[in-house]
Write a protein that binds this ligand. Structure first.
Ligand code: CTP
Ligand code: MG
Length: 257
């Protein structure tokens, strides 16, 4: 048993336990035909393996729950066994659902009792730096019930009235860009806050794309910490080109595998 890190353990208290839920059950429709997105290779290694390693790189993380495609849990378990982690982080694999919200809910349901802090991290953000992970965890441990990493926007955003079939869409408004943030993952939560949000917010249509948004609906405050450019989500084919370039640079300069 590893000695607890002294600064995290007040006298007489047990160590705060932090786990990560990684939703990886999506198909990756916008990336185009092929294997489920999380299982596609980035620099020869499955995207999911990069994402798991990025979470395990944080010393605070003791458990990662991977939410696999609904019929793919045995395959994902087998795959992860081929890429063992160097440290002491445990990995559990559970089958996911039809929406991201359902998949995250199934991951939360698989968390052991003694987990206090939960991060939710997209498998599709394989290159998030450990400093971003650590700053999210630190903010939750400092008492914030919900924390999201976020960046200012480069583009101006318009609100429109959606029209079918590619018809020109009327612009309804232009929110002030300086007040907007693009949010990333890992998002971090006090475990009870996240569980309550997933219990009480119904899945509607495609479900929530962001867990912090569900917490907001409970009227619980959410705070932002600085995100990172390299925490971008691999969504479309061009994102894979960028991810390969970031990976190649890391491998050349800092020995990243
Ligand atoms: N996700 C999930 N279960 C689903 C849908 C999505 O676990 N039913 C996960 C994805 O695997 C991904 C994360 O949620 O790691 C973010 O979703 P997104 O980027 O939209 O991925 P996909 O849904 O796979 O992509 P697309 O929307 O293009 O099909
Ligand atoms: Mg999706």
């Amino acid at each position: 048993m590893q000695a607890p890190t002294p600064d995290l353990v007040p006298e007489g208290a047990r160590q705060i336990r932090t786990a990560v839920v990684i939703p990886a059950a999506g198909r990756g429709v916008r990336l185009g035909p092929g294997a489920p997105k999380a299982l596609r290779a980035l620099g020869g290694t499955p995207m999911l393996v990069h994402a798991v390693r990025a979470m395990a790189a944080s010393r605070a993380v003791s458990l990662v729950v991977v939410v696999a495609p609904p019929d793919g849990a045995p395959e994902v378990r087998h795959l992860l066994d081929e890429y063992p982690l160097p440290g002491r982080t445990d990995i559990r694999v559970v089958p996911g659902g039809a929406t991201r919200q359902e998949s995250v809910g199934l991951g939360i349901a698989a968390l052991p009792e003694d987990v206090d802090v939960v991060l939710v991290h997209d498998a599709a953000r394989p290159l998030v730096p450990v400093d971003t992970v650590d700053s999210v965890i630190a903010a939750v441990r400092d008492g914030a019930p919900a924390v999201v990493p976020a960046l200012p926007l480069a583009d101006t955003v318009k609100q429109v009235q959606p029209r079918p079939d590619g018809a020109a869409e009327p612009v309804v408004g232009t929110p002030e860009r300086a007040l907007l943030r693009a949010v990333q993952t890992p998002q971090g939560f006090d475990r009870n806050t996240l569980a309550e949000a997933h219990r009480s917010v119904a899945v509607d249509g495609e479900g929530a794309t962001d867990d912090a948004g569900m917490v907001e609906r409970l009227g619980i405050p959410v705070v932002v910490v600085p995100g990172h450019e390299e925490a971008f989500k691999v969504t479309r084919p061009l994102d894979l080109v960028l991810a390969e370039a970031v990976l190649a640079r890391r491998r050349a300069t800092d020995g990243y595998v």
